[in-house]
Design a protein around this ligand. Structure first.
Ligand code: GUN
Length: 278
């Protein structure tokens, strides 16, 4: 039987550990405050932002919400981020993505001070990650490392294949697995022989954004499979990039969707917020 890696349980453990740590830090007079900026009212973003604020409240981190209209200009948003950079009472800044079309997302990400970049998206944070310097880690990949470690799955020396090369998952995931001494391959939409490459993996991490793309014939017997995808299928069921029912019998461990990687992202965001006052 494959081990089901329970992201809901592990994220709750992390949040409980952080809550205790925040209590101790508060007692020493250290206080964390996260600024959460949302522009417009994309419904998915509204849900994410609400969950981030709830997680802050649970752990004991102050959150300050900045809800700006869709019509906000790039200059106005830059000004707000600069003000938050300068505000010593704000430790972390999160600008919820995606931003409206008329705002240059990269410019906004670069405007956030790397010292307050709790998403780990700033080029300085990315550079620090790749050279092994201390800095904020991208939340979803950091969450996947925690899932593996807390499930007692060893990473060192393993063949890790990552499918997907996005800036927020695939690339930082590769850097983190490398840091953990895995042998890393990054596959993507132009990769030839994807099946053969995926089958080499001891640890297969899938972040391609294609519903149930990965079936049993992509997976080595006994592999560990981590599914970063999240889709709603034609029957209105949530599913991932991995065809869970076909893959599960062949593997040693697998993350479900929902309840696998998803809950870890916010837990690691909270960890980054606490990191600002450690
Ligand atoms: N939109 C979707 N995921 C994320 C995330 O991790 N951080 C931010 N800021 N926006 C997102």
């Amino acid at each position: 039987m494959a081990q089901r890696i329970d992201g809901k349980l592990i994220s709750q453990q992390i949040k409980d550990e952080l809550k205790e740590e925040v209590k101790r830090l508060e007692a020493q007079g250290r206080h964390a405050c996260l600024a959460v900026v949302q522009v417009g009212d994309d419904p998915a973003s509204t849900v994410y932002v609400r969950n981030k604020k709830k997680a802050c409240a649970y752990i004991g981190i102050e959150s300050r919400a900045y809800e700006l209209p869709e019509s906000t200009t790039e200059e106005e948003l830059v000004k707000l981020v600069e003000d938050l950079n300068a505000d010593v009472s704000v430790n972390g800044i999160l600008v919820q993505l995606p931003l409206p079309e008329h705002i240059d997302e990269d410019r906004i990400i670069r405007t956030i001070s790397p010292d307050k970049d709790v998403d780990g998206f700033h080029p300085v944070s990315v550079g620090r990650l790749w050279i092994g310097e201390k800095g904020f880690l991208s939340c979803t990949p950091a969450g996947i490392i925690q899932l593996l470690k807390r499930s007692e799955i060893s990473i060192e020396g393993k063949e890790c294949v990552i499918i997907g090369r996005s800036n927020i998952v695939g690339k930082p995931m590769a850097a983190l697995m490398l840091r953990e001494n895995a042998t890393v391959t990054v596959a993507h939409s132009r990769t030839k022989n994807l099946k053969e490459i995926a089958k080499r993996a001891d640890i297969l991490i899938v972040a391609v954004g294609k519903e149930r793309l990965i079936t049993a014939d992509y997976v080595k017997e006994g592999a560990v499979v981590i599914d970063v995808g999240m889709h709603r299928d034609a029957d209105n069921h949530l599913c991932g990039d991995v065809d869970f029912d076909s893959v599960e019998p062949a593997v040693s461990a697998i993350t479900p969707v929902p309840g696998g990687v998803g809950p870890m992202t916010i837990a690691m965001l909270m960890n980054n917020c606490v990191e600002t006052i450690r």
